[in-house]
Write a protein that binds this ligand. Structure first.
Ligand code: FE2
Ligand code: FE2
Length: 264
């Protein structure tokens, strides 16, 4: 496990699970009381027990309904009974999984262990984790923001451009209500957030330059939208940067737009 406080003391009690073979990234908070996402491979429980008995696990916060983020619950519930938190829209998509998962979630609900969370809710963890609704990849994606350390746990809403399959793993899933226009608006609103550390659902944690990563994700998206019109792409990137208050960088984008136009 990677101890995140070695990079920023404000991230006390937080870890990134590196060895569980967990398919999605799993982040641990409060020395093992809370995890964000559960991956979908066996071995997570062993990893978590490095910090103490698995019975210490009280809460699992799910960024969205995809199986690579929730499958690990099957192993966890053999040893512990944490509360599971999810957005109401993502709750609906849990029923799309194969048996026994839909029945498992209905059972959790019956025992009051499935908790629905929405934009603006604040959950335990670090200095208090603010829930942000970040639709686009699916309609029910949420991210968790810690104001003190300026950390964003973003699931698949933003993935590193360095990750080989990042674009594919974060693309809109229409079956679960994913839409490109929502993804665009989500990235635009995340651009306004001061993000220092970005903790994505796949790939390694991104320390210090989280904000740049969001910018790159947005720019890449605009470039793919306007593949045949890079002038328009750079103009749109410039507008989004200006709207988010980054005047200098916006001007650089507008300058790029002018240069592309001049060469055509
Ligand atoms: Fe994923
Ligand atoms: Fe996903």
């Amino acid at each position: 496990m990677m101890k995140l406080s070695e990079r920023d003391s404000l991230l006390r009690g937080a870890y990134w699970v590196t060895d569980a073979g967990a398919c999605s990234g799993v982040y641990v908070l409060e020395e093992g009381k809370i995890i964000i996402d559960a991956g979908n491979m066996y071995g997570l429980v062993d990893e978590l027990e490095e910090l103490g008995p698995i019975g210490n696990l009280k809460s699992v916060y799910l960024t969205h309904s995809h199986f690579d983020h929730i499958g690990g619950l099957a192993e966890i519930f053999q040893y512990a009974e944490p509360d599971v938190y999810i957005h109401p829209i993502a709750r609906g998509y849990l029923d799309l999984h194969r048996d026994p998962f839909p029945a498992f979630f209905r059972e959790l609900e019956k025992y009051g262990k499935l908790k629905l969370v929405r934009e603006g809710d604040v959950l335990e963890g670090l200095s208090g984790l603010k829930v942000l609704h970040v639709p686009g990849h699916t309609a029910g994606d949420i991210a968790f923001y810690d104001e003190a350390s300026k950390s964003l746990f973003c699931g698949d809403a933003v993935l590193s451009y360095k990750l080989r399959f990042g674009a594919i793993l974060s693309k809109p899933d229409e079956v679960c209500g994913g839409r490109m226009i929502d993804k665009l608006n989500t990235l635009k609103s995340l651009l306004k957030l001061p993000v220092r550390h970005l903790f994505p659902g796949h790939g390694e944690p991104i320390f210090e330059v989280g904000h740049d990563q969001i910018k790159i994700a947005l720019a890449t998206l605009y470039q793919s939208f306007y593949e045949d019109d890079q002038t328009k792409a750079w103009e749109e990137i410039g507008k989004a940067l200006l709207e988010a208050g980054y005047e200098e960088e916006a001007n650089q984008a507008f300058e790029r737009a002018r240069k592309v136009k001049a060469t055509h």
